[in-house]
Design a protein around this ligand. Structure first.
Ligand SMILES: *Cc1c(COP(=O)(O)O)cnc(C)c1O
Length: 376
């Protein structure tokens, strides 16, 4: 009998994550902001690419400051990286201060209730456990209001507590000429003036790449580490990180006027050759990447040549028009590049009307996952 376990590919595809590229991207971003600490945002399981693997590769490259979303991610990261400085962006989960203190997790305190609970805990323990304060400068997400500044200062003066850092977050960093960047920067500068001895942090990837005025003492890139486009309308200077390949299951010929896929709303305009690839929305591949007669969908690549998706995406399969490859075109078993050197996460995101962040965090399909570089 054939040894099934030795056979190369029984799952739907191969996802390869290049940890060397992530490390290179971090080093490139670190260079853009000299004299500033370059942290790494690894929330949502390292943007879907693996919290531990990604973080260890970044630490090896020199990253010491990490941002996760919640305390559970914080605990996982603490196990992987005993010496890292770890901030929890979501802040302090109620009645868990002791867990943060034990694991040396620093909450990003986003509200009066969080600050009160953290200060009460520190007073009770007789120890100033580190944290960051987050002011909302214009996106109505997490963070203190601008009008909370004097209340916050009173709390700090009363207890003699000094946070590690004051931060805020840009709503429109991906559009560097957007007016909101200037108003948020001005608000942030006015807040920082109230805390002259405390380091500041404003920039995500886009803020960091957009203007040095956003740098302050620590920058917090996420998407750019993973090869995503941070600033719209600009060439992305960073290395691509993710390769996703899936096999072709069948190649078939179809005639002009026939339709492809569910709903029958893609009608072939010529005699065509269609390759069926083993990927679908069941793998997190967006249905919005499909096409109809009147709407272009995403393109994928075979042997480095782009080819359009035709018809709707099914749960497990996707149809690709390979007519232009001619008679010696792709055959079953050949691999289709869904993401890689020829198809970026932003190409797929643009076609689906979403963002690269969502493409990455949806890579939880039936793929075999492998890492290049890192510890090995
Ligand atoms: C996610 C996040 C970042 C990283 O943003 P990117 O756009 O991925 O670089 C930085 N700061 C905060 C507060 C975030 O939530």
């Amino acid at each position: 009998m054939t040894d099934i376990s030795a056979s190369s590919l029984l799952s739907s595809g191969q996802l390869t994550i290049d940890l060397n590229a992530i490390a290179r991207n971090w080093a490139a971003l670190d260079k853009i902001s000299p004299g500033t600490l370059t942290a790494a945002v690894v929330k949502a399981n390292g943007y879907g690419l693996g919290l531990e693997e990604v973080s260890k590769a970044l630490a090896k490259e020199g990253a010491q400051f990490f941002f996760v979303a919640n305390p559970e991610e914080g605990l996982r990261l603490r196990t992987a990286l005993p010496a890292a400085h770890i901030f929890v962006l979501g802040g302090l989960w109620p009645r868990t201060a002791e867990i943060y203190a034990q694991a040396r997790l620093m909450p990003v305190l986003n509200s009066m209730a969080m600050l009160e609970e953290w200060l009460a805990f520190c007073v009770e323990q007789g120890e100033a456990y580190p944290s960051s304060l987050h002011f909302d400068t214009g996106m109505n997400r997490l963070g203190f209001r601008l009008s909370d500044v004097s209340w916050v200062r009173q709390q700090l003066e009363k207890t003699g507590y000094q946070p590690q850092m004051i931060m805020s977050h840009l709503a429109c960093g991906d559009q560097p000429t957007h007016e909101k960047n200037r108003t948020q920067l001005a608000f942030f500068q006015s807040i920082m003036a109230h805390f002259p001895d405390i380091p500041g942090s404003l920039a995500n990837s886009a803020g960091l790449m957009g203007s040095k005025h956003n740098h302050f003492q620590l920058v917090r890139p996420g998407i750019a580490l993973y090869g995503g486009r941070a600033i719209s309308g600009r060439t992305n200077p960073l290395s691509h990180v993710v390769n996703l390949e899936v096999p072709i299951l069948q190649v078939r010929d179809a005639k002009t006027g026939e339709s492809v896929g569910y709903g029958g709303d893609y009608t072939l305009q010529r005699d065509s050759r269609i390759a069926l690839a083993a990927i679908g929305y069941g793998d997190g591949f967006f249905r919005a990447n499909g096409s109809s007669t009147n709407h272009m969908g995403a393109r994928v690549a075979i042997n480095g040549k782009l080819a359009p998706i035709v018809g709707r995406i099914s749960m497990d399969t996707t149809a690709i028009d390979v007519t232009d490859f001619g008679p010696n075109g792709p055959v079953p078993g050949e691999m289709v590049e869904i993401l890689g050197p020829n198809v970026s996460i932003d190409d797929i995101a643009d076609a689906a009307g979403t963002i690269g962040y969502e493409v990455l965090t949806n890579l939880h399909g039936r793929y075999r996952r492998a890492y290049v570089g890192g510890e090995a």
